[in-house]
Design a protein around this ligand. Structure first.
Ligand code: ADP
Length: 494
């Protein structure tokens, strides 16, 4: 297939969360499966890799003609084009210290328009055959991610297909997080260069909604886990779009994300002080806790964060955006109890000020038990994933979640709220049958969370061979992208 993947983020160039990881890993896996793949993302900075293709595109938007340049790199493992324009290349992804950029509608409209043209013009390589534009080689399958690419199917229908161009192109829209919908006032409608006939597609109760536009106009809709695909058709998790999604019926499916082993593998991770495999959780442990490379990662992590270096305590880790979605309020509620348990707590995140303050305060009050870092630090995220014994993910909702997949691969046992992708990927420990890869609690309430943590701590301290077996089962799970990419290809072709 000829696949054009369009996203606001692409790791490592731009990433605020899972979207950036997936937007890089999925094209790589689709290319490995033999498809011709082009990814298109914004050029937020003058990246070192990326040469000017010389392609110039001109679009009338918001009352002026705008020229866009395309930069190309192959260092991602597939053809990647960066869309360059002064409004895009400002340093921040969605905003800066003062808040979100006021012209994000314009910036992401440029992305969608440029991506369609890129699929028509940029010669993409494929194995031995000569480079050709996607649209010359066959029907183009656009893979649009989240609201930022939500205008693509609208421009495709109204600018191209109406004129007889790209007639057999198809769009599969991927929902990474329905909480963000790209809502804008209809006061800005005039600037989008769309015919009035397109307005109902964007309209959601009198407001322009780019996610809704994509959900109704894409051929297929994918949510990033089967459970999340079900949950978002209900009012509790539908953020007002549950009815729109129910109306799509079987056009909506769920596909779990995979992990990119070139980025996340404990046997070859340049961020770690030691590499390791499943041997770090022996079958007959002589004491609780990991051995070998994971024990080294744990001790170095404790030293790095100024905690007492102790192998007789488990480390409970948390990594993530500090928003209500991630269940930080549950962590806050159990914090006073947690600080007095036989464990250490390590936290990394950025986000809402009040949660950042909670992090800082929690570690100040309990410096021997708690270490918190407010910041976005990819290296530290890897070292926590490797050095912790247990990863906490009390998310109130979680479309897929990547950190629990990384934790499983790194022999770190996930303790999660049973929701969305967490429910699909973490099997709760059943001591009777010696099954399970972690703990999944429900409902999303402090007492259920606290109970799950106390069970996990008792298991770590008193039943080290059970804990080691849970961790080993997690490490044996195959959450690579191959299977997920094949599922995407089936959906796109269907
Ligand atoms: P979401 O996309 O909702 O933020 P995911 O679990 O799908 O959540 O993906 C989060 C990704 O972002 C992971 O790769 C995680 O390691 C990374 N991440 C989140 N917060 C931080 C942080 N403060 N520093 C470094 N990496 C982070």
């Amino acid at each position: 297939m000829e696949i054009c993947s369009v996203s606001a983020e692409i790791a490592p160039w731009s990433k605020t969360g899972g979207l950036g990881d997936v937007a890089a890993a999925l094209p790589k896996a689709l290319k490995a499966a033999g498809h011709r793949v082009l990814a298109v993302a914004p050029r937020y900075k003058a990246y070192q890799d990326g040469w000017d293709t010389g392609i110039r595109l001109r679009f009338p938007l918001f009352g002026a003609m705008h020229e866009v340049s395309l930069y190309h790199t192959e260092s991602a493992g597939f053809d990647l084009l960066f869309v360059d324009h002064p409004a895009i290349c400002r340093g921040g992804i969605y905003g800066d210290a003062r808040g979100g950029y006021g012209d994000n509608l314009f910036r992401f409209a440029l992305l969608s328009r440029a991506a369609i043209e890129a699929a028509r013009r940029f010669p993409v390589s494929a194995g031995g055959s000569a480079p050709r534009a996607l649209s010359e080689a066959g029907p183009v399958h656009f893979l649009t991610h989240d609201w930022h690419a939500g205008l693509l199917p609208v421009y495709l229908r109204h600018h191209y297909q109406h004129a007889g161009l790209l007639r057999d192109a198809r769009v599969t829209h991927v929902i990474h997080n329905l909480a963000h919908q790209g809502q804008h006032s209809f006061d800005d409608w005039w600037g989008l260069d769309l015919p009035n006939a397109a307005a109902p597609t964007l309209d959601m109760h009198g407001v322009m909604n780019l996610m809704k536009a994509a959900l109704v106009s894409a051929d297929r809709v994918v949510a990033v886990s089967p459970s999340y695909a079900r949950e978002i058709t209900q009012p509790e998790h539908g953020f007002g779009l549950d009815g729109v999604l129910r109306a799509r019926g079987s056009a909506l499916t769920g596909i779990i994300n995979g992990i990119d082993p070139t980025e996340w593998s404990p046997t070859a991770d340049p961020h770690l002080p030691a590499s390791f495999g499943p041997e770090v959780w022996p079958e007959a442990p002589i004491a609780p806790g990991p051995v070998g490379g994971k024990a080294i990662c744990k001790a170095k992590l404790q030293a790095e964060l100024g905690l007492p270096v102790r192998d007789d305590l488990p480390i409970l880790g948390f990594i993530g955006r500090l928003t209500g979605q991630k269940g930080i309020d549950l962590l806050e509620a159990v914090a006073p109890w947690l600080a007095h348990q036989p464990a250490q707590v390590v936290l990394l995140g950025t986000g809402e000020r009040r949660y950042e303050e909670f992090f800082a305060e929690f570690s100040r009050r309990f410096p021997r038990a708690v270490a918190a870092k407010v910041g976005f630090d990819v290296g530290l995220a890897h070292r926590i994933t490797a050095g912790a014994d247990i990863l906490l993910m009390p998310s109130r909702f979680e479309p897929c979640g990547l950190n629990q997949l990384y934790a499983l691969a790194y022999g770190t046992v996930p303790l999660v709220h049973a929701t969305g992708g967490l429910r699909d990927t973490v099997q709760s420990f059943d001591p009777g049958r010696e099954q399970g890869t972690g703990w999944a609690f429900s409902p999303a309430a402090a007492d259920a969370f606290q109970h799950a943590i106390s069970v996990a701590l008792v298991t770590w301290h008193r039943f080290p061979s059970s804990f080691a077996a849970i961790a080993r089962r997690g490490m044996a799970e195959q959450n690579d992208w191959g299977r997920s990419a094949a599922a995407y290809a089936r959906v796109m072709a269907g």
